[in-house]
Design a protein around this ligand. Structure first.
Ligand code: NDP
Length: 245
């Protein structure tokens, strides 16, 4: 028996990077994973199903509230349950504030924060009725400590942390936990953009001097979504190797 046998988990931004690793982790432990992404999810779905796991993909832009509600409805109708939501889809558009284009502010807040609202609202309604569920939001240490050149991203992730804590209070009485993870620098396509100099400077500030792996984040997400975390809600689990302490 896997830890997540028969459970249904939706992972936004599940086509690649951290989201894909979270999908692999849940599937390995028996969950049926729904990878929802603007990108094509056929590779990750094929990888999981070829390995004997349960996975399905769907095209979803989380900024589209109607599409988000329809996706959640169809997942629930197909499986008659929705146990886990991981709000992982997110982007960066880095620039110093004085040079930041308003559209890059709007884009980052629109996906990283409004997108979470769009997906979580229909999920929360279902989980409240079901009287069980786990919601894990992928924030960032940048939402806790700030970062020059990332005012839009930091604001979105700090907002996500406030959202997490508020929702934890709203949904706790219905046996639904809501937590966040705050990764530091994780090796993914998002951080592949760093130059060697940027990477070296970064490592000087990380107590465990390496970038994190998507697996480091997936393990923490699985813990918060799993049975050992049933009395944990409203927390922000920092996974930064000591970048932020
Ligand atoms: P990736 O860019 O590798 O993956 C994110 C996925 O989300 C991509 O497939 C992306 O598609 C998708 N996505 C983007 N916009 C939308 C949208 N509107 N609707 C649905 N899906 C969308 O990023 P990571 O795996 O690195 O990051 C995952 C999460 O982890 C993000 O929330 C990020 O902020 C957070 N994080 C990452 C860190 C890191 O160091 N990598 C550190 C801290 C937090 P597309 O390629 O088209 O954008």
């Amino acid at each position: 028996m896997g830890e997540f046998d028969v459970q249904v988990a939706v992972v936004t931004g599940g086509a690649r990077g951290i989201g894909a690793e979270i999908a692999r982790r849940f599937a390995r432990d028996g969950a049926r994973v729904v990878c929802a992404d603007v990108l094509d999810t056929s590779d990750i779905v094929a990888e999981i199903t070829d390995g004997g796991g349960l996975a399905e993909g769907c095209k979803l832009d989380v900024t589209d509230a109607e599409a988000a509600a329809a996706t959640i409805k169809s997942v629930f109708e197909a499986h008659q349950r929705l146990d886990i939501l991981v709000n992982n889809a997110g982007i960066t558009r880095d620039q110093l504030l004085v040079r930041m284009k308003p559209e890059d502010w709007d884009l980052v807040l629109g996906i990283n924060l409004d997108g979470v609202f769009n997906v979580t609202q229909p999920v929360a309604k279902l989980m409240m009725r079901q009287k069980s569920g786990r919601i894990v939001n992928v924030a960032s240490v940048v939402g806790l400590m700030g970062n020059a050149g990332q005012a839009n991203y930091a604001a979105s992730k700090a907002g996500l942390i406030g959202f997490t804590k508020s929702l934890a209070r709203e949904l706790g009485p219905r046996n639904v936990t809501v937590n966040a993870v705050a990764p530091g620098y994780i090796q993914t396509p998002m951080t592949d953009k760093l130059t060697d100099d940027q990477r070296e400077a970064l490592l000087k500030n990380i107590a465990i001097p390496r970038l994190g792996t998507p697996g480091d984040v997936a393990d923490a997400v699985a813990f918060l979504a799993g049975p050992q975390a049933s009395y944990i809600t409203g927390v922000v689990l920092n996974i930064s190797g000591g970048l932020y302490i």
